[in-house]
Write a protein that binds this ligand. Structure first.
Ligand code: NAD
Length: 497
């Protein structure tokens, strides 16, 4: 079993804290590596490397920064299969899904390659006599990025490419559950020419995260993970004067109106609910079926759900892999009998699935629970697994009322053929990302990703223009080059004439 290393100041570094976590292949339950859990002093070493590197990287030319990012794009693209294999081995998702996550991360690298265009400032000439005004944006300094297990490649790539392109240096703390793909991305960044200290990686748990949140030389924190930790990160880092964007959990609703194409809607619901075993923050976990199509829609979803092939992620026949840990699998499975006890109708129960030859893997089958009501646990909690709840609604108004009363507001979707209803929904729904006949509306890299309510603490969404805004500080310069004849003291407040 190998020991995974940190990557600090341009080089791999052994963990010295004496504390380790275990990395496991969820398809067979075998421990494959030990991941070091950084101490406060190891985090401090990484932050000081980033702080020192900022002195030169923060003023490196745009040409130099983008050259590195163009190289990086090519390297990651060439190694995408290798990165996807690392993801599958530690996360469990199927290879095609892992490749998709690398591709969506690369989209953000491609946007970062165009940073000169995004960082262009604004000027106003002659705002007053012989006075010009210029707005520019400058890097923030040292940025910390803390990422979740479910996208070990894509979510880090939502952060550091834009942060580095803007001239910041970075300390990344990936999930300790599946750290190898993230580490590979950092190694490749150095092959691409990222100078030492500019992009550091420390593995760890709460000790490492809390040190980053309070470290006086960390200027900004990007976090993606569950809602309680997002709130903790937001409140702690804000209290120490840092800017923070903390993206949290979700419970995404898909509204199906009676005029929708029900085959398309069923395909979409199954793909979005069970893809990546439901371990996506944009997964659809609730379908709201507006009368009278409930029975027909549930029938179509059930038929498709029963036909899914579940198995190890490295088997090309598998459509869905295992969950991340046995504890998480057991927790996810527990919602199905509880839903039955609380009065829901379990249409498909996948909780007793055994994958032959992989009896020790963390598998569960897919479950579909109908006639769910908001007070049931299966509705109220973020389950983060392949359990889809269906709520019946009598009208559009009842459905949107339900969606808008959720504590989360990450993604949502409407399925309909009625343009007017779709338009009304996109204006009325309280969520940050809306799909119209699109079940997982993850914005492309040149827009920005983020939810509302308990799905995001802070105001900037991640990547795209919001990312550039978050990773830079604005400065406005007012300039007068006086004529030799100008002069004289004036104690009045500056006004423009
Ligand atoms: P998590 O909150 O358990 O962990 C996220 C990060 O926080 C990890 O790096 C972890 O080491 C660290 N962490 C965990 N406990 C901590 C503590 N007590 N103090 C400080 N740091 C701590 O999340 P996860 O289980 O890795 O990921 C799944 C969650 O992430 C789900 O809730 C999912 O919805 C959410 N998520 C959200 C988005 C989004 O864009 N909104 C994207 C992906 C995942």
């Amino acid at each position: 079993m190998n020991d995974i290393q940190h990557f600090i100041n341009g080089a791999p570094a052994d963990g010295t804290s004496g504390r380790f976590g275990s990395v496991t292949n969820p398809a067979n339950g075998t421990a494959t590596a030990r991941v070091p859990l950084a101490s406060v002093s190891e985090v401090d070493t990484a932050v000081s490397a980033a702080s020192k590197a900022f002195q030169s990287w923060g003023t490196a030319s745009l040409a130099r920064r983008t050259q590195v990012l163009f190289n990086y794009r090519e390297l990651v693209n060439a190694r995408r299969d290798e990165i996807a294999e690392l993801i599958t081995a530690e996360h469990g998702k199927v290879h095609s899904d892992a490749l998709g996550e690398v591709a969506r991360g690369l989209e953000v690298v491609e946007v970062a390659c165009g940073i000169p265009q995004l960082l262009k400032g604004e000027t106003s000439t002659q705002v007053s006599t012989r006075v010009d005004v210029e707005s520019i944006r400058q890097p923030v300094g040292v940025v910390a990025g803390i990422t979740p297990f479910n996208f070990p490649a894509m979510v880090p790539m939502w952060m550091f490419p834009i942060a580095l392109a803007c001239g910041n240096t970075f300390v990344l703390k990936p999930s300790e559950k599946d750290p190898s793909a993230t580490l590979r991305l950092v190694e490749l960044a150095h092959e691409a020419g990222v100078p030492e200290g500019v992009l550091n990686l420390v593995h760890g748990d709460k000790t490492a995260v809390d040190r980053l949140l309070e470290h006086p030389e960390v200027d900004a924190v990007s976090f993606v993970g569950s809602t309680p930790i997002a709130k903790h990160v937001h409140d702690t880092a804000s209290a120490t004067g840092k800017r923070v964007q903390a993206l949290g959990g979700a419970k995404n609703h898909m509204l199906v109106l009676p005029d929708a194409d029900l085959d398309q809607a069923a395909d979409a619901a199954v793909s979005a609910a069970y893809g990546s075993a439901g371990e996506r923050c944009m997964a659809v976990s609730v379908v709201v079926a507006v009368d009278p199509i409930g029975d027909e829609l549930v029938g179509k979803i059930a038929e498709r759900a029963r036909n899914l092939t579940i198995g190890p992620g490295n088997d090309p026949a598998s459509e869905m892999g295992p969950l991340i840990t046995s504890e998480h699998r057991d927790k996810v499975s527990s919602y199905v009998p509880r839903a039955r006890e609380q009065g829901a109708e379990v249409v498909v129960d996948g909780t007793d699935l055994v994958v032959e030859g992989h009896e020790d893997g963390f598998f569960t089958g897919v479950s579909l629970v109908d006639k769910v009501s908001p007070e049931m646990d299966v509705y109220a909690d973020e389950i983060f697994g392949p359990v889809l709840a269906v709520v019946r609604a009598e009208s559009y108004e009842e459905a949107i009322g339900l969606i808008n009363s959720s504590r989360w507001g990450n993604g949502t979707a409407i399925f309909t053929r009625d343009g007017g209803a779709a338009r009304r929904f996109q204006l009325e729904v309280q969520a940050g990302m809306v799909g119209v006949n699109v079940p997982i509306p993850v914005p492309v890299g040149y827009h920005s990703f983020g939810g509302w309510k308990d799905s995001l603490f802070g105001d900037n969404h991640i990547y795209g223009n919001d990312g550039v805004h978050f990773y830079t500080r604005g400065k406005v310069i007012t300039t007068r080059w006086p004529d030799p004849s100008d002069g004289g003291v004036d104690l009045g407040f500056p006004s423009n004439t």
